[in-house]
Design a protein around this ligand. Structure first.
Ligand code: SME
Length: 161
């Protein structure tokens, strides 16, 4: 039952945020680690953040999983770029059926990308690959939105310092 695992990860993550007061980079790294350690169908977990220097560009943030050469993704390109453009979650059951998809690893079968907001602004996204087909659904989306919300609160506090 993933729901129980999601709940436990969120609890552990919130405790980490409250006790360690991490930077946003440390918080994103920790979220990737907790997800990677606890959810076996999440095979690559990482963040792409909206570039502060380049227009309509995503930059790779913390991640856990195999190394990727896609450290920058323009808005509109691949699943991540389409998520940035539409500001909506993308759930892809079979990445091989997608024309606008950037492959990182031939083992990947399905993907979910959930946008991260700071108030109304889209500031980044969490991207998960699975080696299992159609691995993701609504409960994953809700869980990942909660992770993004917690991280955006860390980013908000950082900006106010
Ligand atoms: N598959 C993504 C690219 C990022 S990798 O999965 C790490 C996409 O199509 O945008």
């Amino acid at each position: 039952m993933s729901e129980i695992i999601f709940k436990n990860i969120l609890k552990e993550f919130e405790t980490f945020l409250q006790s360690q007061k991490p930077s946003s980079t440390q918080a994103m790294k920790k979220a990737c680690e907790l997800i990677d350690q606890n959810l076996d169908y999440y095979n690559w977990t990482g963040f792409y953040m909206v570039s502060q220097t380049e227009e309509r560009m995503l930059e790779l943030g913390p991640y856990v999983g195999s190394k990727t050469e896609h450290t920058k993704i323009p808005f509109g390109k691949g699943i991540c770029g389409q998520t940035a453009e539409s500001q909506d979650t993308f759930i892809i059951d079979d990445v091989n059926q997608e024309d606008n998809y950037i492959a990182c690893n031939i083992d990947v079968k399905s993907e979910i990308v959930v946008p991260m907001f700071l108030e109304e602004d889209m500031i980044g996204q969490i991207d998960i690959d699975s080696n299992k087909p159609a691995a993701f659904g609504k409960t994953d989306e809700i869980f990942l939105s909660q992770i993004c919300l917690l991280i955006s609160q860390v980013i908000k506090n950082e900006k106010n310092v």
